[in-house]
Write a protein that binds this ligand. Structure first.
Ligand code: PEP
Ligand code: MG
Length: 325
């Protein structure tokens, strides 16, 4: 199968009925970069910047951050890279950073909340990203945006850093896209306000589903109780996809589900055209895309969304077997 996937490496992922699906990979460290060419990814849809901080013994300085981001962009060789700003807190704690004990870390002081409360830290990272871009295009996104005000405030910090670079005569990115991760259910009902402020969004289904089902993603006792192939999960994703299509906002899905062929099949059926996943998922997902008829898949999924069952996995499997397996 590996050899089979390798043969598909340079083939674009296009469905039987001609829909081009962009397959991107998730990364976080230098070692992941080798996988870009090997997996045949069309870019990095999620670069988890906190990994550098988690493996370091002390807070990485501006130069170290800039050097890593620059290596990532070099390795991508012009393919798009979406850098996610620090997603610390929750289960990701740094040994060298003060951490308050929280009763509910997943609901606590994490991700962009921490960045907005410690703007010096976030600004330093944005400065490093702008410096690393050195006039190349730059894509930055903020994790766990739960309100439009948070996104507005985070975006204002980007503007401050662009002004900072300007004052020093440093080059601005050739193009700057600032995006939000859709991970907090709250924003699903405010996409009409949020999307026009963003240049793109990416759906982090790992967190989104944890919050949607109120089930700790790290606790298998509860995390495996709910199926993402279920009407509530998929209707939420459908709402996001529709709102993005209506406003012309580029959207990708970057949670783990994007890398599983059956789940990815449903995402494609719902209309998502960019999926970012662990490198090992690219071959199997591409194989699915190549053999899938999207409009037939869409019709099949539409009726399953109205199911009264808690899981529609078996029905999706039956549909997929007819359409691509
Ligand atoms: C997610 O939550 O789906 C996501 C992609 O981010 P992370 O897994 O790093 O929280
Ligand atoms: Mg997340």
């Amino acid at each position: 199968r590996r050899a089979e996937f390798a043969r598909l490496r340079d083939r674009p992922a296009v469905t039987q009925d001609g829909a081009k699906i962009q397959l991107l990979m998730n990364a976080g460290l230098d070692v992941d970069l080798d996988m870009l060419g090997e997996a045949g990814a069309e870019g990095i849809g999620l670069f988890r910047t906190e990994f550098q901080f988690m493996v370091a013994e002390e807070m990485p300085r501006l130069t170290a951050q800039t050097a890593l981001y620059s290596r990532v962009m070099d390795a991508a060789g012009g393919l798009p890279v979406t850098f996610r700003t620090l997603d610390l807190g929750g289960d990701k704690v740094l040994p060298y950073m003060e951490a308050e004990r929280e009763d509910n870390p997943a609901l606590g002081w994490r991700a962009v909340r921490m960045g907005l409360d410690r703007p010096a830290l976030l600004r330093l990272q944005l400065r490093a990203l702008i410096a690393a871009a050195r006039g190349r295009p730059l894509k930055v996104m903020f994790p766990l945006v739960a309100s439009v005000d948070e996104f507005r405030a985070a975006r204002a910090l980007v503007d401050l850093e662009i002004a900072w670079a300007n004052r020093r005569g440093r080059p601005e990115p050739a193009r700057l896209d600032v995006g939000a991760m859709i991970e907090a259910p709250s924003v699903i009902w405010h996409l009409d306000a949020l999307l026009p402020m963003t240049d793109f969004v990416s759906v982090g289904t790992n967190d989104l589903m944890q919050y949607l089902f109120a089930a700790d993603r790290g606790n298998p006792r509860v995390s495996e109780r709910y199926d993402l192939l279920s009407p509530p999960a998929l209707r939420a994703l459908e709402m996001i996809q529709k709102a993005c299509a209506e406003t012309g906002t580029p959207v990708s899905v970057c949670g783990e589900m994007a890398g599983r062929p059956l789940e990815a099949f449903v995402l494609v059926a719902l209309g998502f055209e960019a999926l970012s996943m662990p490198p090992a998922g690219i071959g199997p997902v591409k194989q699915m895309v190549l053999s899938c008829d999207r409009s037939a898949a869409r019709k099949g999924i539409q009726s399953l969304l109205r199911s009264t069952s808690g899981s529609i996995r078996n029905e999706v499997e039956t549909l997929a077997r007819k359409l691509y397996l």
